[in-house]
Design a protein around this ligand. Structure first.
Ligand code: AMP
Ligand code: MG
Ligand code: MG
Length: 309
């Protein structure tokens, strides 16, 4: 093997530090108190100064080091010169030291697509539900989510002095996922996690059809995958369009890296090629195990309401 790590591992190593920088930006904007909220498609679809600065930081930092990678960010921002203070140049040495799975060792920079959600859970961010917030950087190859980084800027924010604020989780499919302790829901309890701010009748009907013992309504796609991998929920059920590819790419990669599954409500995987439609029109069903059970419970009426891509 030659000395230089494979591009996939170098990209993940950069995405790790870049996501940490973005997380620090998200905290800083909150502390200044001036959120600069803009409504995108409506009151439930917001953008703040933190979303804008974090995306500028992530996209500029990654594209500088990986100019041939296609990078797709959530926010529609004017092309402008990015201040040097927003650029992150370092890489995670720990990730650079790890060996790349054989199937990705020859992947070229131009074959990779990066999906960026600079701040997932913006609604919750503006409402002070801070641990719902994540920064998501997903990496796709041949249309599949193969690696991802999730930074949770306010992890531990209620734990008091001395607790480390914020954390970063990352994973590569077939290598594994790191930065958290994998745990499953105890016993056979069906704990369903779903949206708290984008609900409707179809969403509720579908959650009910799973016959859950408990429903956990929290914000953010990244945060809901964290609920799954840390044993606080057994399925993420969202029978509605609304989530986009940047919401699911990084979470799907980390979930898959620990043996889980993410599909639409028909059981069909999403594709993350650069040219795909951004909207996950047929909803999101994600589980650590027992995916088939949850799929089998999706009512006909719900399935008919959601068309696959
Ligand atoms: P939620 O579970 O409601 O926090 O949504 C997860 C992700 O999908 C967030 O990035 C939301 O902004 C996005 N999302 C879900 N539903 C909608 C919607 N109806 N309109 C806009 N964004 C949505
Ligand atoms: Mg999002
Ligand atoms: Mg976002």
């Amino acid at each position: 093997m030659s000395g230089s790590p494979a591009v996939v591992m170098r990209l993940v190593a950069s995405a790790y530090t870049v996501a940490e920088k973005a997380g620090a930006i998200v905290r800083k904007v909150l502390h200044t108190g001036e959120l600069g909220i803009v409504e995108k498609t409506g009151a439930n679809d917001l953008q703040t100064l933190a979303d804008r600065l974090a995306q500028q930081s992530i996209c500029a930092s990654l594209s500088r080091r990986f100019p041939k990678v296609t990078i797709i960010g959530e926010e529609d921002l004017p092309a402008e010169e990015i201040g040097e203070d927003l650029i992150e140049n370092s890489q995670s040495e720990e990730i650079l030291q790890m060996s790349c799975p054989a199937e990705y060792s020859e992947v070229k920079e131009e074959e990779l697509v990066v999906w960026v959600d600079p701040l997932d859970g913006t609604k919750e961010y503006t409402e002070g539900l801070l641990d719902n917030v994540t920064v998501l950087i997903g990496i796709a190859y041949q249309g599949k989510a193969i690696a991802g980084v999730i930074n949770q800027p306010f992890y531990n924010y209620q734990s008091g002095a001395g607790a480390q604020l914020g954390r970063t989780m990352w994973g590569v499919t077939t290598l594994g996922a790191f930065g958290f302790q994998l745990q499953e829901v105890a016993g056979d309890r069906r704990i369903v996690t779903t949206t708290r701010s984008h609900s409707n009748k179809v969403v509720i009907d579908c959650v009910d059809a799973m016959e859950p013992h408990e429903v956990v309504r929290v914000g953010g796609a990244g945060n809901k995958i964290i609920q799954l991998v840390e044993g606080r929920a057994s399925a993420y059920v969202f029978a509605s369009p609304g989530c986009k590819k940047w919401d699911t790419c990084a979470p799907e990669a980390i979930l898959t890296a620990v043996g889980g599954t993410l599909t639409d409500m028909h059981g069909k995987p999403y594709s993350y090629h650069a040219s795909v439609k951004h909207m996950n029109s047929a909803g999101v069903l994600a589980t650590l195990r027992n995916h088939e059970y949850y799929l089998s419970r999706v009512p006909q009426t719900v399935a008919q309401a959601l068309k696959s891509d």
